[in-house]
Design a protein around this ligand. Structure first.
Ligand SMILES: C[S@@+](CC[C@H](N)C(=O)[O-])C[C@H]1O[C@@H](n2cnc3c(N)ncnc32)[C@H](O)[C@@H]1O
Ligand code: SF4
Length: 451
């Protein structure tokens, strides 16, 4: 059993969460435009596609937040932004020679839950004109319980939302005060009941460990409250403290933050409580009821990982909609302009707002596969590498054997058939995955803590 204290000390260097490989800091300015025609072509090759829509607004600003968002008390900027989204979808529609079938649409943010009914309706109409939305389309949305109201519920119904993800973070009033996120249990429960009354059977709750003033007891209470709400899924993230990227996080006192070992213990305790309550652990930070599609995918080895985290979505093409949104095609990634004003100016002048991008090399595709399997299954099989990637796959198997031989900490092993992260080392999966990251070696970008 690796000693967590030693491992945390030895590998204090922050590592990516690997929601993509290569990770977003490696995207290059201007390359998105080159990937765009390939994305449009891939979207009309008869395969089902996905789309991600970003809403960069919130009516409150939580001090812990690392998302791309802006606080607004007025609705006008949101309505104007929806106008730009409608233009952007229209620009894609003009480029697409046929209507691709939509497998999955995710509305993230920020808080897409602050949209008014009429804007949900505008978005729905425009999407329906550009994409074929059918009985298999999954539509998911991130909800801040603070936004609970008639507009949200009727808007979700109009859009045909099938999955909802509710932000909780922590229910303790002391923690809530130092992260500026007041939110009662009752408010959250009422929202969840309202979401269920729409016929939505799949609900996720986001909870955090590693927050300021979060003691073990406070976290235990939060997890007990989460369990009492019976969501189908729980995402348990470690608070990423990155004040050099997010200025408002400087409002959080570093003295109030639990240390690395305490964070590790918190993650372990929350996991134990969720597993005891019947949830299956998925990858590094998700939990699901055993009959949930995410748990079934994990069991079948078909779980995937993309910018939204763990997913059952295996589409090769994803259309990015909204400021900062990231998409992909089989040949690479593309990202929209991040500043909301610049994004709006572009699409309102009939130009898609794609800016940064990345074109995969053969080595990237191989390493992306290996890292995705490690993050999802904690192992990858050599036979599959050779089948899918030929000689390159065989040399990566050699590299994996060497990595396992050099591992002094008992994190991984390589046999004849597979490379695997040992069960007790699974909390350190990001660290092991980073050993296969060829770009990490040349990177000066600062990520968040591995655990
Ligand atoms: C866009 S928000 C979810 C929807 C809604 N805005 C809300 O907060 O309820 C996405 C999730 O990212 C997670 N998150 C935000 N900032 C984070 C940070 N600094 N570290 C770890 N997770 C974070 C939170 O769990 C949050 O629920
Ligand atoms: S956590 Fe959610 S509600 Fe809070 S600022 Fe971030 S995106 Fe907005």
């Amino acid at each position: 059993m690796p000693d967590p204290e030693e491992i945390l000390k030895k590998y204090a260097r922050p590592v990516p969460r690997y929601t993509s490989y290569p990770t977003a800091p490696h995207f290059q300015q201007g390359l998105g435009e080159a990937i765009l025609p390939e994305t449009v072509a891939a979207a009309t090759n008869g395969e089902r596609i996905s789309a991600y829509m970003h809403i960069p607004f919130c009516d409150r600003l939580c001090w812990f937040c690392a998302c791309h968002t802006k606080q607004t008390q007025r609705y006008d900027p949101v309505a104007a932004y929806v106008g730009s989204l409608v233009n952007e979808i229209g620009l894609y529609r003009n480029r697409l020679s046929q209507k691709p079938a939509l497998e999955h649409l995710h509305l993230g943010g920020g808080s897409p839950s602050l949209l008014k009914h009429e804007d949900f309706a505008r978005i729905a109409e425009t999407l329906e004109a550009a994409f074929a939305i059918d009985g298999k389309t999954e539509i998911s949305i991130e909800i801040d319980p603070n936004d609970h109201g008639e507009d949200l519920l009727s808007g979700m119904k109009r859009l045909g939302v099938t999955r909802a993800s509710i932000g909780v973070q922590d229910f303790d009033p002391v923690v809530q005060q130092v992260i500026n996120r007041p939110q009662s249990f009752e408010q959250t429960r009422d929202l969840l009941l309202a979401v269920r009354s729409l016929g939505i059977e799949s609900v996720n709750i986001d909870a955090l460990y590693g927050l300021p003033m979060q003691t073990m007891e406070r976290l235990e209470n939060t997890i007990a409250c989460v369990i009492s709400l019976s969501p189908e899924r729980v995402a348990l993230f470690g608070y990423a403290h990155v004040p050099w990227m997010k200025k408002h996080q400087t409002l959080i006192r570093e003295d109030d933050l639990p240390g690395p070992l305490e964070r590790f213990r918190q993650a372990q305790r929350a996991e134990a409580l969720l597993v005891e309550a019947g949830y299956v652990k998925i990858g590094i930070d998700h939990f699901a009821r055993p009959d949930d599609s995410l748990a079934r995918a994990a069991q079948a080895g078909t779980l995937g990982r993309n910018f939204q985290g763990y997913t059952t979505d295996r589409c090769e093409t994803m259309i990015p909609l909204g400021a900062s949104a990231i998409g992909r095609s089989p040949s690479g990634y593309l990202q929209n302009l991040v500043p909301t004003g610049q994004y709006r100016t572009s699409v309102d002048n009939d130009k898609l707002a794609v800016a940064k991008g990345y074109r995969f090399t053969a080595d990237d595709l191989l390493r992306a596969h290996v890292i995705e399997r490690l993050m999802c299954d904690f192992e990858f099989r050599f036979e599959q590498l050779a089948e899918q990637f030929g000689g390159l796959g065989q040399s990566l198997a050699e590299e994996a054997r060497l990595i396992a031989r050099n591992d002094e900490d008992g994190l991984c092993e390589a046999g004849d058939e597979a490379f695997r992260i040992l069960p007790q080392a699974r909390p350190f999966a990001r660290i092991v995955a980073s050993w296969f990251d060829a770009h990490m070696r040349e990177s000066s970008f600062q990520y968040s803590r591995a655990v």
